[in-house]
Write a protein that binds this ligand. Sequence first.
Ligand code: COA
Length: 349
Amino acid sequence: MKNAKIAGIGYYVPEKIVTNNDLTKVMDTSDEWIQERTGIKERRYAEKHKESTSTLGVKAAEIAIERAGITAADVDFIIFATLSPDYYFPGCAVLLQRQMGIQGIGALDIRNQCSGFVYGLSIADQFVKTGMYKNVLLVGSEVHSFGLDFSTKGRNVTVIFGDGAGAVVLQPTDDKKSGILSTHLHADGDYAEKLAYLNPGCHGGVHLGTEEFGYPDQEFGGAYLTEKMWQDEQYYPNMEGQAVFKMAVQKFPEVIMEALQTNGLETKDVDMLIPHQANLRISQFVQKRLGLRDDQVWNNIQKYGNTTAASIPIALCEAWEAGKVKDGDLVCMAAFGSGFTWGSALIRW
Ligand code: COA
């Protein structure tokens, strides 16, 4: 079996910058509150009627493909990770495929939220290792801004999220000491509703296991969005911030150590940790817990907010462009998010 390596990487963020002060014009919040709790200063928002999750993904993919030294026609499999798809179905992978003119090859959508990129990387790794595909395009892309609650009611969620896309091309390498060394995936569905976008959905009012969930009297079996849900404004994401924070600071260090220990390595061996950009306070907590120096961790949430499935490839690409990820470097990626899902990947660049 061969190893899989990242042969090309790219990212794209929309031009429109929205600062914390811009948000204070539409909701009761402040630059101070947002920076203190999350580290975020500004984020990017896609342009309505012009951009979408799949179009941002295409822009990032084009850069990754060019840097991999191939053309779109050489891509033999597509994986698209997002929680904000253009359509309820079909997923974004086929939309990206059509825009790139590479119809015919397989196109897979995955729904693992903030862990989507790491899950996608693991899937791509298996395909490349076994020799099934030679140029897998993996995209993480999000347009959150079209679906957030910009009233004060939604402020705890809305201030955190931003739009953007990142992409990589995975290719086989004969060098068994480089490329993806291992990936580690986890989930715990007990926490499914702690960070969720429940409606529209097809649950038909069924009780799915938590006290707070529910439209138990809902008469429509398989309805997407009922009148009552509409009246209750049940079409926005909701988050129990403190529950997310508590689990994140536990699972990030755990899954990073799992990756290192699997490969007989230690935290001092890590040249660059690319954590999912959930919240600067979470990243700082993880850094401290693992005893990592500032130059061993890449943070860019200050500029982009939390871009969910796109955050790791955007951060990785920025670090690489800045010359902070070089040949031979040990790069660790780690993610935690809705599901709850979490995971890590260790790469020898
Ligand atoms: N601006 C101003 N005030 C806000 C606010 C905002 N954007 N959002 C919430 N508040 C208010 C609350 O209404 C509450 O007010 P009250 O005390 O009058 O009731 C107060 O701030 C504290 O709210 P709380 O939710 O307890 O704040 P917190 O300290 O837990 O911080 C988060 C909120 C969301 C920043 C924090 O919980 C967090 O970072 N969680 C992790 C989130 C995350 O990483 N999500 C992505 C996972 S991939």
